[in-house]
Design a protein around this ligand. Structure first.
Ligand code: OAD
Ligand code: ZN
Length: 244
């Protein structure tokens, strides 16, 4: 892997770093990327048919079970070297913001601190009626669990197709991006808005753009440095080269 002296000096000298991660950042933790997560029982559905308010209204138990299945997959999952390297970069950077589209909580487990979760978190549920959020609940074999406060239907506290992102997280993400000098896009296909447009916003204020992905994406032609490969290998190599 070729890490240029120029990139190392950007890394060491950056005062405000913003990182956006997607499902690819968790692939080496054994989690499937979003566009690959329809296997076995779920192969007959498209994600849009499961991850939407309409799907939940039509068949809440089906949608609940898909998330329960994804939660099961998360049980044995551990952060990979890429997650740890991001926590390391945070320690070495004056201001660091980690924006993630992942709902798996692995960045926090790896020690990252300043995290913005744009798409929610799989380990939380929210009442579809009164919006109260919980991280423990009683499963119901027949149906979806009910809210302890109002008896309403609980749903995963994640963002679905057609829903808006949590405003506070999004505002912080945009603010950090508009002030950064170095921006990383890692393991995201870059096709889902508004996360995808953050990179453009960073570029427009003159930030240096770095992308790490298993393959080129629509963003690749716009970046200053592109690393084609696994984030679990490239990120540790970058952190090691910069700070040893
Ligand atoms: P995708 O599944 O669309 O893209 C994953 C990206 O990671 C692809 O570009 C892969 O090439 C890349 N990739 C795979 N393994 C990798 C590895 N080990 N290292 C580096 N890159 C790797 O996932 P996202 O871009 O995260 O939203 O998808 C964004 C959003 O689309 C999701 O958060 C989800 C979905 O709609 C919601 O659920 C709201
Ligand atoms: Zn409620």
């Amino acid at each position: 892997m070729n890490i240029s002296a120029e990139l190392l000096s950007f890394l060491r000298g950056a005062s405000r770093v913003v990182v956006l991660t997607g499902a690819g950042a968790s692939q080496e933790s054994g989690l499937r990327t979003f566009r690959d997560s329809q296997i076995g029982l779920w192969a007959q559905y498209r994600p849009e048919e499961l991850a939407s308010p309409e799907a939940f209204a039509r068949d809440p138990k089906l949608v609940w079970d898909w998330y329960a299945w994804r939660r099961e997959a998360l049980k044995g999952a551990r952060p990979n070297p890429g997650h740890y390297a991001l926590a390391e970069i945070e320690k070495n950077t004056p201001e660091f913001t980690l924006i993630t589209q992942n709902v798996d909580g692995l960045h926090r487990m790896a020690g990252s601190r300043n995290i913005l979760e744009l798409h929610g978190n799989l380990q939380r549920v929210r009442c579809a009626d009164c919006s109260s959020v919980a991280d423990v609940w009683d499963e119901d074999a027949e149906s979806t669990p009910r809210c302890a406060k109002c008896g309403g239907r609980l749903r995963p506290d994640v963002v679905w197709f057609g829903e808006s992102l949590p405003l506070d997280q999004l505002e912080k993400a945009v603010k950090a991006t508009r002030a950064c000098d170095l921006y990383f896009s890692i393991g995201t296909s870059g096709v889902v808005q508004p996360a995808a447009s953050l990179a453009r916003a960073a570029k427009s204020i003159g930030a240096i753009l770095v992308e790490i992905n298993a393959e080129p994406t629509p963003l690749t032609p716009a970046v200053d440095f592109f690393f084609e490969g696994k984030s679990g290998e490239i990120l540790p190599a970058l952190a090691q080269a910069a700070w040893g």
